[in-house]
Ligand binder design. Structure first.
Ligand SMILES: Cc1ncc(COP(=O)(O)O)c(C=O)c1O
Length: 437
């Protein structure tokens, strides 16, 4: 059945035909199978996948050991008891706290959005303050307070503001002004703007992806994350790293481990369960223990029917166990594959005299059609060639290489990608570039 027919059918029952606006792509391909580094659409065409379902599949689609662990949980008699402690949940927490340096204690939820929401709540409960800081160009989930200011146009945000803050632009309708009153958006890599906000408002928490991975890959400048740590200590707010995309992918301990900056709280999702719905908030025990503060006025509320679901927990245990057992070979290999992909793409652009660059951290990369990698959203909206970016992605898709057709979106390599996959991808990249320029 052609993808367009599937979409039309779904549209009769689901608004827009798709349950997440972020999955709405053109061409509207219907995928029916994923295995390792490959996807197949409903007409039998195979693609090398660089989208990885928005990044969870660090070990590849349907990785057998993880599926087997999940299947074993399904037939073991374990269930969602909805009462009392769970042995598996405790085992997963122990594995994470033993292997992830910033995790002294951890609690489990289902989605990254729930987890970032809890991180903010803990920040407020601990500090007794209400205001929070987010990054212009950062994405921290779908809930009212954080679903703001991701990919604004230059017309929406106006000229660069520094030091200062950007007007809050909700991602959609239906939120209240109240929610936005306490949220302040500043440019990534701009410490002076954080200081500016801290001098004017009592800040409970600053939440940021340690490197932005929802507008491509935007890396921290030297000293930036250390500077955020210092400002948190100076002004008494909690520093929360949203490692939903970077956690377990860039190192077992996520980007916090790579950069050596210790946040107060850290949020995980995606790669922690290699595609199964599990998320976590972890961090310093003194802050995590606010969840059981004897004073109800200082105790953030944490509850969820599916929190610590046995199937997702089993998948996460196997994922973390696998990553721990293989970390010494796996992460260097991902870095080598990422470097080869970056070098290959740069070589193609350079040989054709195209102004372009690649921004990358390990297995996550993005190309930008501008002179040098951006340091914030403003750089991108001012300089990037969005039209050619999208055209190039569509040309790649025609050639069996799935770069999601959303301009600047980050690509994710998985451990299932082979050197031959990368060679094929680069050949197709060269051919796709030839059709776009
Ligand atoms: C950095 C980051 N934080 C939070 C989220 C929200 O996670 P979820 O979609 O699981 O709610 C995402 C999702 O893409 C993300 O990339």
């Amino acid at each position: 059945m052609p993808s367009e027919t599937v979409l039309q059918h779904n549209r009769r029952y689901i608004p827009g035909g798709i349950s997440s606006v972020n999955r709405n792509i053109d061409p509207a391909i219907t995928f029916v199978r994923g295995e390792g580094a490959y996807l197949w659409d409903n007409e039998g065409k195979r693609y090398i996948d660089y989208h990885a379902g928005f990044a969870p599949y660090f070990l590849g689609h349907n990785f057998a050991p993880i599926n087997q662990a999940a299947a074993a949980a399904l037939i073991s008699g374990d269930s969602l008891f909805g009462a009392g402690p769970s042995i598996a949940e405790g085992r997963l927490a122990e594995l994470i706290c033993e292997n992830v340096p910033v995790a002294e204690k951890v609690t489990f939820l289902n989605t990254g959005s729930e987890a970032t929401s809890l991180a903010i709540r803990i920040g407020r409960a601990v500090t007794g303050r209400q205001h929070i800081i987010v990054m212009q160009g950062g994405y921290n989930g779908n809930h009212d307070e954080l679903a703001v200011n991701v990919f604004n146009t230059l017309a929406e945000i106006g000229p660069r503001v520094s030091p200062g803050e950007y007007p809050i632009k909700p991602l959609g309708a239906g939120t209240t002004v109240m929610h936005n009153r306490f949220t302040h958006a500043v440019n990534y890599n701009d410490l002076e703007s954080v200081r500016y906000i801290c001098r004017r408002f009592p800040i409970a928490a600053l939440i940021t992806e340690p490197l932005l991975q929802n507008i491509g890959v935007v890396r921290p400048q030297p000293g930036y994350l250390e500077g955020l740590r210092d400002l948190a200590d100076e002004f008494g707010f909690l520093l929360a790293f949203d490692e939903v995309k970077t956690g377990f992918r860039h190192a077992l301990g996520g980007y916090s481990q790579v950069c050596g900056v210790k946040p107060d709280l850290v949020v995980y999702g995606k790669a922690v369960a290699n595609g199964f719905p599990l998320a976590a908030v972890a961090g310093k025990a003194e802050y995590m223990d606010s969840i059981i503060d004897p004073d109800p006025a200082r105790r953030p509320f944490v509850a969820g029917t599916y929190n610590g679901h046995p199937v997702a927990v089993a998948a996460a245990i196997e994922t973390v166990r696998y990553l721990t057992a293989n970390k010494d070979t796996l992460y260097p290999r991902m870095e080598a594959m990422g470097a080869a992909t970056e070098a290959g793409i740069m070589d193609i652009f350079a040989r054709r005299g195209i102004t372009a660059c690649v921004a990358r951290q390990g297995s996550a990369f993005s190309f930008y059609l501008m002179e040098k990698p951006p340091s914030d959203l403003h750089d991108i909206v001012e300089r990037h060639d969005f039209g050619r970016d999208l055209a190039l992605r569509r040309a790649l898709i025609q050639r069996g290489v799935f770069f999601v057709p959303i301009a600047t979106k980050q690509c994710s390599l998985s451990a299932a990608h082979s050197d031959a996959d990368i060679d094929f991808t680069l050949e197709q990249f060269e051919s796709a570039v030839a059709t776009v320029w």
